[in-house]
Design a protein around this ligand. Structure first.
Ligand code: FAD
Length: 416
């Protein structure tokens, strides 16, 4: 959501404070401009924090245009202050979509266009990972590419035009099946129910957790070779990871880049033998074992150097790749399913459709029919996008799965 009227927001905090990072991230996700004051560097800023908190150094302290102050706010409190919609008009809907990324918003707009009463509940900002991506070059229909934020904003407006109701900064915490409807509770204690639910909660790339990483994501550090590899034509890049995806993505990247240095923390590559052999013998891939990233450094918002360390000898080195690709796994946002009957694979991704049927035996609850293509092991509960086992982790495919799920849900709703 673009909001240029909030330019007067000032966040007072320190660089090491996690709650400060969370508030800044929330404002950033909603594209709300703010001033950042590190009170360890700015005496006047520290003075203001002490004054606003009766002599206590409580951070983040956030001062708004109108002079009002929020101290250590939750995202939900921030959302209310910023006028974002956080509670729904009704308690019951035909369809509730959990997650407002490309899969969820596309499903919602398709469903609403079919006349299905639809609510989207999003825990952060609408747009999901796509909104946080600087530029999308491979979304169909955008010949020159599109900023992730612009794409997400268009998607939100389109969903709004078809009458989708959308909540932001509302985390769905619990999900239950009750007879032939589904019930859920959000972080603010509200309860909602629906005849059908779409799980479009996405996933997140695992991070290395080293200094500098957060600062250069999208500005030199990437998690998707298909998306960002072509930016580094004929240049040297660093790939971090020792499993199949790091090795496969290195083999993909050498089609564009000048050279890949593959950094492997352990003494060997894991994964399929044939892929390992290809990578090890490729003239443009240098594999460095027992080596890990210590920190990322840069200036002007751009990555400039990477400090690496051999974990056997302790030797450190500074290298200067043009870009870094981190492939150390994906974590699906499926923790809310932990105490439900929704089947997930060993990595937490949601299993749907025919993948649920292994030995020809019906899944419990599906004695009369097979689960539909994007239906989970719980009838009426569907999944689409990155959180689903077998999804391809791309905007176009997430949106495609969202559209397909909406049309399947339309058929399902005729039966309940
Ligand atoms: C840095 C980066 C660059 C990328 N570049 C490209 C690219 O160039 N091209 C491309 O095609 N793809 C790219 N991708 C991948 C693409 O963004 C994803 O495949 C796509 O966004 C997946 O869509 P989704 O709707 O399934 O999930 P997401 O986009 O992850 O959206 C899921 C949403 O669900 C919300 N959510 C999760 N749990 C809950 C809960 N309990 N309650 C409420 N809400 C919840 C999350 O906050 C999130 O907003 C990139 C990804 C990243 C991280």
């Amino acid at each position: 959501m673009k909001n240029t009227t909030q330019a007067g927001i000032t966040v007072y905090g320190t660089h090491w404070c996690p709650d400060c990072r969370s508030s800044k991230q929330f404002l950033g996700e909603h594209q709300i401009p703010y001033h950042w004051v590190d009170i360890e560097q700015d005496k006047a800023g520290e003075g203001l924090v002490l004054q606003k908190n009766q002599g206590k150094r409580i951070i983040p302290t956030i001062v708004f245009d109108d002079g009002s102050v929020l101290v250590e706010p939750s995202n939900a409190q921030l959302a209310v202050k910023l006028g974002l919609k956080t509670t729904a008009t009704h308690h019951h809907y035909e369809l509730i979509v959990i997650g407002g990324g490309p899969a969820g918003l596309t499903a919602a707009l398709y469903a609403a266009r079919e006349g299905i009463d639809t609510l989207v509940i999003e825990r952060a900002a609408l747009g999901g990972q796509a909104a946080a991506t600087e530029r999308l070059e491979n979304v169909p229909g955008f010949a020159e590419g599109v900023e992730g934020a612009e794409f997400s904003d268009q998607l939100r407006q389109q969903a709004e035009r078809f009458g989708v109701e959308m909540l932001q900064a509302q985390d769905v915490l619990h999900l239950r099946r009750r007879q032939n409807y589904h019930w859920m509770e959000t972080a603010d204690g509200s309860a909602y129910s629906a005849q059908a639910v779409l799980l479009a909660t996405g996933s997140r790339y695992r991070r290395l957790g080293v200094p500098g990483e957060e600062d250069f994501i999208g500005a030199g550090i990437h998690f998707c070779a298909t998306c960002d590899g072509p930016f580094y034509k004929n240049q040297p890049v660093l790939v971090v990871g020792g499993g199949n995806s790091a090795t496969e993505e290195s083999l993909f990247l050498v089609k564009f880049v000048g050279k890949v240095t593959l950094l492997v923390r352990s003494a060997a590559l894991r994964g399929t033998q044939v892929i390992r052999e290809k990578a090890l013998s490729h003239p443009k891939i240098e594999v460095r074992f027992n080596t890990e990233v210590v920190r990322f450094e840069g200036s002007g918002g751009k990555l400039k150097a990477v400090e690496i360390r051999n974990n056997q000898t302790g030797a450190r080195e500074i290298i200067h790749p043009a870009g870094v690709f981190v492939f150390i796994g994906l974590t699906p946002n499926t923790a809310i399913l932990e105490d439900t009957d929704v089947r997930r694979n060993p990595w937490g991704f949601i299993v749907t459709g025919r993948d649920l049927i292994h030995d020809g035996q019906p899944v419990q609850g599906f004695e009369q029919r097979e689960p539909m293509f994007l239906e989970t092991s719980v009838p009426g509960l569907f999944a689409a996008g990155d959180a689903r086992q077998g999804s391809t982790k791309q905007v176009a495919s997430a949106a495609g799965e969202g559209a397909t799920a909406a049309l399947l849900i339309r058929e399902y709703l005729k039966t309940v």
